[in-house]
Design a protein around this ligand. Sequence first.
Ligand SMILES: C[S@@+](CC[C@H](N)C(=O)[O-])C[C@H]1O[C@@H](n2cnc3c(N)ncnc32)[C@H](O)[C@@H]1O
Length: 208
Amino acid sequence: MDLQDTLKTYRLFSGSYDFVFGPIFHPGRKAAVRIANNLPGQRILEVGVGTGLSLPYFRPDSEVTGIDVSAEMLAKAKARVARRRLVQVKGLHVMDAEQTSFADNSFDAVLALYVASVVPNPARFAAEIRRVCRPGGTVVIVNHFTSDSWLVSRFEKALAPLAGKIGFHADFPLDDFIEVGKLEVRDIRPSNLFGYWKLLRCVNDKAA
Ligand SMILES: C[S@@+](CC[C@H](N)C(=O)[O-])C[C@H]1O[C@@H](n2cnc3c(N)ncnc32)[C@H](O)[C@@H]1O
């Protein structure tokens, strides 16, 4: 699945996204934001912010920046920020999470909710997150990873060729992602319905 597939898919999904993927993904969004909300005044980046469903939950004294490659998804996020008067949201930008324009160490925390298995190159995506997050900062990833169940993982492998159509890689092994992403994972929690998704809390373990 390349960036053109992503743009096409999410242009198509943007109108129905909140209805289809709103409530079902909400527990994972809220759990991730709770981690970012632990400290006051944090500079937070959410990559692949989509329609901004997580944005109302960030504490008002944080400074949240959201980026997404899809202008249509981001337009919905902008409308939400205006409608809900979300003072914590400092900026929403059309930008590729694999190649952002932010300086090194710009953020205290970076969140990626349901986007790691959508991007074309997960290694470059994780490297960019580590670059823009300060040393010792927090990285939270929520995503679906390949199931441990033999039966379910067969189904996920069967779906793999359809990634361009369904908008994500159904077959996305957790161990591979942690390895290529060079993530220092401190905590892995099951998330959402049946724990089918996982929340990874990571510390940005890079030299100051
Ligand atoms: C499944 S949606 C998740 C949206 C949101 N995080 C949520 O909680 O509902 C994936 C989002 O990632 C965005 N995306 C995909 N590839 C991207 C990239 N390389 N850079 C930035 N955003 C990307 C898509 O446009 C889409 O809005």
